[in-house]
Design a protein around this ligand. Structure first.
Ligand SMILES: Cc1ncc(COP(=O)(O)O)c(C=O)c1O
Length: 377
């Protein structure tokens, strides 16, 4: 490597460090989990593990890895079987698997909107959606977070086919999109609504189908992006929508076409997770109750603001944002895995502690965390 390039990279890292935003990989084994996306505990479920081991026996005839793109050697019956399960679970006509939520968003949003079309996306949308749109030839504009009025004004100037892109539950702020109002507005403007359900799947709907189905909006939403690395305890993602959308993506989505399909064990894990998901009503209720407990207790502390209500993703804002990294470090020292979220992941001035509640957290853990935060601020 040339010294010039090496120095340039070191300088970029030094800039981050000077801003206090340097990202580093850490392992946190043994700490109390207030950080992972394993909301319902499926990633650590012995029941799911046993089910997967048993089910894998039924697919011994399949290769371990897909061996190629699904358009070449990589397709087999389990993909199609699972996509049938996914489509009917989320009440769409068809589903197409992608290798991750990141890839699903990039694969969908780079391919679907065409030159001359217009896309409006919520400014708080996940990086994968923004990256997908950067690869699109359509015109793309953000609208203010969860602000239907701002979107309404901007829609007046749209051309071509119009798309509106949102998350049902926002990954950083934990708040919900006003999906009913958005669906109504999209219907008025013949706009196609695309909803990333990453943080709603498992948690909302009588069987954990996600917010779109929970609100009965599956016919009004053009595409749902369902991801499997969070409440489903696994990995991968699917786009759910019309059969013609699936056929289109198979033909035009480069993130689907030019990559090896998911390995068999991942497909089996997803099939088994879908078997258990309807039975997790108690976990769904418990995680919401624990989140309410934490929300209420934190908001009673002076010098602390916690938002939003009724979410398992909570943001904790100390009065002095400068304390944030030190506070997170102190909490980790005391055994709580809580991370600060800093720019550029969130806009400057909105840095916060991100606390995620799980069905397997205990009341004592919640109360212990509140005490530790009270002591540290
Ligand atoms: C809203 C949202 N969409 C997509 C993704 C990406 O999903 P995956 O982790 O499966 O790539 C994430 C995860 O960070 C997310 O929060």
């Amino acid at each position: 490597m040339s010294d010039v390039l090496k120095n340039k990279l070191q300088q970029k890292l030094a800039e981050r460090a000077a801003q206090g935003n340097l990202r580093e990989l850490k392992t946190t084994a043994g700490l109390i989990d207030f950080c992972s996306n394993d909301y319902l505990g499926l990633a650590r479920s012995e029941r799911l593990r046993a089910l997967i081991q048993k089910e894998e026996e039924n697919y011994r005839h399949l290769p371990l890895g897909a061996t190629g793109s699904r358009l070449l050697s990589g397709n087999h019956g389990l993909f199609e079987e699972l996509e049938g399960i996914i489509a009917s679970y989320h009440k769409g006509e068809a589903a197409l698997l992608f290798n991750s939520g990141y890839t699903a968003n990039v694969g969908l949003l780079s391919a679907l909107p065409q030159r001359g079309d217009t896309v409006f996306y919520d400014e708080a949308s996940h990086a994968s959606m923004k990256d997908g749109l950067r690869l699109s030839f359509a015109k793309t504009y953000s609208f203010r977070h969860n602000n239907v009025e701002d979107l309404r004004q901007k829609l007046k100037h749209a051309t071509g086919q119009v798309y509106v892109v949102v998350e049902s539950v926002y990954s950083m702020d934990g708040d919900k999109a006003p999906l009913v109002e958005l669906a109504q507005l999209c219907a008025e403007h013949k706009a196609a609504l695309i909803v990333d359900e990453a943080h709603a799947v498992g948690l909302y709907g009588s069987k954990g189908e996600g917010l779109t189905v929970a609100l009965g909006l599956e016919k009004q939403v053009f595409a749902q992006v369902i991801t499997y690395g969070k409440a489903m305890g696994s990995h991968g993602a699917a786009v759910v929508g019309l059969q013609v959308l699936r056929d289109f993506l198979i033909n035009y989505s480069r993130a689907f076409i030019y990559t090896t399909g998911l390995p068999t064990h991942a497909l089996v894990a997803l099939k088994c997770a879908y078997t258990l998901l309807p039975e997790l009503a108690q976990e769904r209720e418990r995680v919401q109750q624990l989140a309410t407990r934490l929300y209420q207790k934190l908001n009673k502390l002076s010098g602390i603001r916690c938002t939003p209500e009724n979410s398992v993703i909570l943001s904790v804002f100390p009065q002095q944002p400068r304390q944030l990294k030190a506070l997170a470090a102190a909490l980790q020292q005391q055994g709580f895995d809580v991370r600060p979220v800093l720019p550029p992941t969130v806009p400057a001035g909105t840095e916060r502690l991100r606390v995620i509640v799980h069905a397997y957290n205990s009341e004592e853990e919640i109360d212990g965390l509140v005490q530790a935060i009270a002591k540290g601020t």
